[in-house]
Design a protein around this ligand. Structure first.
Ligand code: HEC
Length: 111
């Protein structure tokens, strides 16, 4: 009886730990990122604005990875991402990446 209980608890713990790991691997929340991009990136990146139009289609998945990993935005427009939290940027990245030009579901932000 006691062994069964220990086995059950071990299994439960494993499941809980695994879901944490998967959640971490999944990265940002693309849905939240889409809304963030519409509310916070779009104002500077609408058609005709000096910063130019930016949608997920602006880059391939590989190019988005490089753009983020190399902190390119900070170099070309210093301070413009200052109000975003790490989580915000991660979510926006997920949206851009998941719907990039070469993704399964290429998409704009509805511009
Ligand atoms: C305060 C204004 C501002 C905000 C907010 C902003 N950007 Fe920018 N962004 C700029 C400027 C300025 C440039 C440089 C444009 C140039 O010189 O061509 C730029 C350039 C870029 C570029 C490269 C230009 C291109 O045509 O590919 C990308 C990609 C980009 N921004 C993505 C984003 C994303 C994603 C967000 C939201 C997380 C965002 N930006 C928010 C001002 C902003």
């Amino acid at each position: 009886m006691k062994t069964q209980k220990v086995l059950f608890l071990t299994a439960l713990l494993t499941i809980i730990l695994c879901s944490f790991v998967f959640a971490a691997l999944e990265g940002g929340n693309a849905n939240r990122g889409r809304q963030l991009a519409i509310d916070n990136c779009k104002p500077c990146h609408v058609q005709g604005a000096t910063a130019g139009t930016v949608t997920p289609l602006s880059r391939t998945q590989r190019q988005w990875e490089r753009f983020y990993n190399k902190h390119r935005h900070e170099k070309i427009a210093p301070g413009s991402w200052a109000s975003f939290s790490e989580q915000d940027l991660q979510d926006v990245f997920q949206f851009m990446h998941d719907h990039a030009a070469d993704s399964d579901q290429p998409m704009t932000c509805g511009q």
